[in-house]
Design a protein around this ligand. Structure first.
Ligand code: SAM
Ligand code: SF4
Length: 474
């Protein structure tokens, strides 16, 4: 059943259908929309919601920049993401001059920053609609206001208690989907802007999550990814508290779901109960993304990560011991204030000891308003670059060794799509998240196969289909 907010938004959707029909008449063709996502899986999921509304009211999706409605769903975790958005916005201006029907909108984490809003108002007044992360569910209402007003509509909320997850969604893949199990973050890592732009942590009720997954499963979804900034603290503050591990147990009961993934796990909250559930599951994928950020205990303390080097290594060892074959991937930041060569060597030591299957390595980006931004011991760019290259080289070296360990084995693979370079090949994904290319056709997309891994190319495999997979796909 719809909640009040969802019902209100569906009323706006009906009004918008008439408005878009009017645009179609004037243009003498179906109006087009482009939704561009910057950032993480949570943004990707939000973009599916934006596209769901746009398609429902009569837009046709396009990748072209001169669409009749263009929306950028932004990320602000690092400054270069902001700069890319400003650049792309500037490039849209000439299209708008040539097409009086064209509308431009901006949403996502970047718009939750006051400095961004000031800049947009001053230098980007051709943007028609701006809204934030907390009021994304009011997209239909905001669109209606935009189409019925002559001036820029800008509405940013500082917080919300509302959860409205039953509005139209246009999934990118028919066979897999992300699901928000919680919003926001309470951890306040000193470099990170997320708690300021996504607000405090709120968990959805398990019944609502299960209902949504059941609906998705009935609609053909076989793999789900449970999304949250720190899934390990899921459910702790609910009226009837429940652990993340217990939520996984309940999700596992849903028959048609064959694979379960989740993201992201903060090392400080990863419980033995979770390891146990993963170990015994036939559906939970053998992959854990466990952001390290730094291997130096001194830097980890300054980052407010609440674990040290030794605890992290012990945790990774325990996970590898209990769940053989698991892939451990991570995030690493290089150049946090005060980081010395010694600290970087500590990070490299952890990379060697844990042997990550993959690591996303980022240069520290100063985010205004975070504690680290005002720390005095910022590291100069040339030193950071040198340290970054050292870390990257080590990551590539160990990941290559680690990922190649499956060569010659037969593994379960979910066919995800046709290979972009070779139409006779399919791209599939192993439980541990590694990509496999193998011969096949489009009718196999969304299905599981046992695939023999015949060649390893550093970060992906070639394979040959052995047969259709049975029930254990995780
Ligand atoms: N909640 C997740 C966690 O705690 O691991 C990560 C969320 S964040 C969107 C994704 C990654 O961006 C982080 O793990 C971190 O490595 C990186 N990141 C966050 N703030 C950053 C900053 N100021 N500069 C560089 N990288 C940053
Ligand atoms: Fe940012 Fe830390 Fe929260 Fe992750 S846990 S979103 S890095 S504050």
């Amino acid at each position: 059943m719809l909640n009040t907010e969802e019902s209100i938004q569906f009323e706006y959707i009906e009004k918008l259908k008439e408005i878009v029909a009017g645009i179609e008449k004037r243009l003498n063709r179906k109006p087009t929309c482009q939704v561009t996502t910057f950032g993480c899986q949570m943004n990707a999921r939000d973009s599916e919601k934006l596209l769901g509304v746009l398609k429902t009211i009569g837009f046709k999706e396009t990748e072209a920049d001169d669409a009749d409605f263009v929306i950028y769903n932004t990320c602000t975790v690092r400054d270069n993401a902001n700069q890319r958005v400003y650049g792309r916005l500037g490039a849209l201006k000439p299209f708008k001059k040539n097409n009086p029907e064209m509308k431009i909108a901006l949403c996502g984490c970047m718009t939750q920053e006051k400095s961004v809003i000031d800049k947009l108002r001053k230098s980007y007044n051709f943007v028609d609609l701006i809204f934030g992360t907390h009021n994304l569910f009011t997209f239909p209402e905001l669109l209606y206001r935009m189409y019925t007003s002559d001036s820029q509509v800008c509405e940013i909320w500082n917080d919300t208690e509302v959860i409205a997850e039953q509005l139209p969604v246009d999934r990118k893949y028919f066979f897999k989907s992300g699901i928000n199990i919680m919003f926001g973050c309470n951890n306040f890592c000193t470099y990170c802007i997320v708690p300021y732009v996504r607000g405090r942590e709120r968990s959805r009720k398990p019944e609502e999550i299960i209902e949504e997954i059941e609906r998705l499963a009935d609609d053909g979804v076989v793999e789900i990814m449970l999304l949250g900034q720190n899934v390990n603290s899921y459910g702790k503050k609910l009226e009837n508290p429940i652990s993340f591990a217990e939520l996984l147990r309940r999700v596992e009961q849903i028959d048609k779901i064959k694979r379960i993934r989740f993201m992201t796990s903060h090392p400080k909250d990863l419980s033995d109960e979770l390891i146990e559930v993963m170990k015994n599951s036939k559906k939970i994928c053998k992959h854990i993304h466990l952001p390290l950020q730094s291997g130096s205990s001194k830097i980890l303390k300054a980052m407010n990560r609440c674990y040290d080097k030794e605890t992290y290594i012990a945790l990774a060892n325990k996970i590898r011991r209990e769940i053989p074959d698991i892939s451990i991937t991570t995030d690493i930041i290089v150049g946090f204030p005060g980081e010395t060569l010694e600290d970087v060597k500590e990070t490299i030591d952890v990379i060697e000891k844990v042997s990550f299957d993959n690591a996303f390595t980022f240069i520290y980006s100063k985010r205004t308003g975070t504690p680290a931004a005002s720390m005095e011991n910022q590291v100069d760019a040339a030193t950071v670059k040198k340290h970054f290259d050292m870390v990257l080289t080590k990551v590539q070296e160990t990941a290559k060794k680690q990922l190649g360990r499956f060569l010659g084995r037969t593994v379960v693979v979910l066919c995800e799509g046709t290979n972009e370079q070779d139409a006779d090949l399919l791209d599939g994904r192993m439980s541990g998240n590694t990509i496999v290319h193998f011969p096949g056709d489009a009718s196999m997309i969304g299905k599981f196969y046992n695939v023999k891994l015949t060649a390893f190319h550093g970060f992906y495999y070639d394979g040959e289909i052995v047969d259709k997979a049975g029930n254990d796909c995780g």
